[in-house]
Write a protein that binds this ligand. Structure first.
Ligand SMILES: [Zn+2]
Length: 273
């Protein structure tokens, strides 16, 4: 399933997701920006996305990936072949993109097992079709995440997926996420375009405020002797059903407990944005 939105001339947001009973479980968004395709959606929707690009007669000059996750890189091998363009990716992602490890079943169902793609390592500054693309290491969500600054746009991948997080992937590192946001938030941009949302600068700053507030609450309860499970019950008992389903199907890979643990482990001076 695919839906799209024209953000400006030569700038389109394309959201894709495999349909089950008429709706995708989740959407993931990639972007076409003046010849650049930024991220590539998942394997399940790669053919549909490539056809959309052809039907819209978009002139693809290169594919840029923000990180190795299957909802961002799954379409890349097909785009590479169909449009005869290079795929650029963070240096840290290359090995995993070339030999993708088997992902858990629930992720295979939602997104598809990614296939191997040969990517070219990104430099700090890239030039494509007259555009200058600056890349910034922004780890946290994953070890290899980067952000692209192009003209007045910031493409952030999954650096932020929800300004008010209630759930977190096991491998995410909140200390790095906070430092990464601090690194890019001062850049000159109007909007930050992510795989699961579009935010302005103030939303990114609010994300930091939310994280600091949550950390303060979690630490206060931890000091009182509550366990991680009890803290989850106290702070995150009223969450959407989808959150509980995700915890269950992911067998804890995505969970509220991960978020509480990450907040306890986070080493950051609160309030310093
Ligand atoms: Zn991701």
């Amino acid at each position: 399933m695919l839906k799209w939105e024209r953000i400006a001339e030569e700038f389109i947001a394309v959201s894709v997701g495999k349909e089950y009973n008429g709706e995708p479980y989740y959407w993931t968004t990639f972007y076409y920006y003046k010849g650049l395709v930024i991220d590539a959606g998942c394997l399940h929707t790669a053919e549909e996305a490539a056809k959309f690009i052809e039907d819209m007669k978009l002139d693809v000059k290169a594919v840029f990936l923000t990180h190795h996750h299957e909802d961002h890189c799954g379409g890349a091998p097909i785009f590479r072949e169909r449009f005869g363009v290079e795929v650029f990716a963070p240096k840290k992602s290359l090995e995993i993109l070339a030999k993708p490890p088997e992902i858990p079943v629930y992720r295979r169902v939602v997104w598809g097992q990614p296939k191997s793609v040969k990517a070219t390592p990104l430099k700090e500054i890239a030039e494509v079709g007259g555009l200058t693309i600056k890349t910034f290491d922004t780890p946290g969500h994953s070890f290899d995440s980067i952000s692209f600054h192009v003209e007045d746009c910031l493409f952030i991948g999954d650096l932020v997926t929800n300004p008010k997080p209630v759930i977190m992937i096991r491998d995410e590192n909140l200390t790095e996420t906070v430092n990464s946001i601090r690194k890019v938030v001062g850049l000159d941009f109007e909007k930050a375009y992510g795989g699961h949302g579009i935010w302005d600068k103030y939303a990114l700053l609010r994300f930091l405020d939310n994280i600091f507030a949550l950390k303060t609450s979690v630490e206060a309860l931890w000091r009182k002797g509550l366990s991680v499970k009890q803290i989850v019950e106290r702070l995150f008992s009223k969450v959407p059903k989808k959150v509980l389903q995700m915890e269950s199907v992911s067998q804890g890979e995505c969970s509220r407990e991960n978020l509480v643990k990450a907040l306890l482990e986070m080493k950051i001076e609160c309030g310093k944005t």
